[in-house]
Design a protein. Sequence first.
Length: 370
Amino acid sequence: MDDRTNGTSVDAREVHDFWPRLLVSPILGALVVNLSGLIDHAQHSTAGLIGSYVWFATVAFLIWEGNRRLYFRLPRREDWLLRPWRRLGVLLALISLFTIPFATATLWGWRVATGDTGTRQYALPTALFAIVAFVVAITHVYETVFLLRDWESDRLRSARIEHARLQTELESLGREVDPHFLFNNLNALAHLIEHRSEAAPRFIRTLSASYQYVLDCRGRTLVSLAEELEALERHRALAEIRYAGDVRLDVQAPSAVDCLLLPPVSLSEIFQNALKHNSVASDHPLHIHVRVENETLVVENSLRPGPTEAGSTRIGLTNLRERFRLATNRVMVWGVENDRFVVHGHERTTVKPFEYRIRWPRDDEIAIPW
């Protein structure tokens, strides 16, 4: 059971340190008695020495095991960050209540049983001090390992939460594309019907195919440039019916259009935005150019401002900019350059062309061209 979820303790069975404890305990036991002078080798036979060292190893293992079990019952380890002195006091109290009494009893019992008074006058107190020092050091190792583990868990959890939030926001923005797209084209269809145009049936079929693409893109964060260009061609056909050929589209696409990705319905949104905010007439046709330039997707149109459509939802380019940011972690910018309205798929940067990366939880990598 994870102590970070219930806020109390960690299950000792989740910590697989039995073999390290079994191997290190004899070494610690031998170090304590030899550094402190607790054992006088001259007073023991070979069998007596072996038995004594087995006893010291057992005592070391039991002290480690006892402190380990008590440690895992302690409250959350954030106390080191929030209340460090309180945490230190709790650890020292546990050492005082368990380690010192247990070590004193077992080492004194060995001394009485063997009659060995050691090689130094204060051998027993020195041994107790060494034991406490080792316990503090080992406890510090546990604390460090768990703090690092908990910090990493928090980092991954935060990344997952942020990813989920961005995904939800992206899906919400994607759903807003549908009414915006439908609003613009139903107005166009209404215009054709009002004028009893013979092009209305063809317009409906093309509009249906365009809207089918929107539905097919639901749930997809990115689509290929090839798919977007096909959808853009349908929008050009719709505009040709509505404006009698007064909308001119020029596309200069690279050969690897299947390898370049962007949010779905991006080009359609930009195309519709150009129609909505510019006047179109036979003597002043609207020219729209699409190209890839310097690792940047560029869409530009001749600037002939016209009256904004009544009832506009006003979510076009702002919506698209947010979808670009969430899906590719890049920025879409637009503005007027040399009397032309220009939209750039992302800012010009020194990043490797056509390859940006977003790192998600658990180090999964998604290659994002653009």
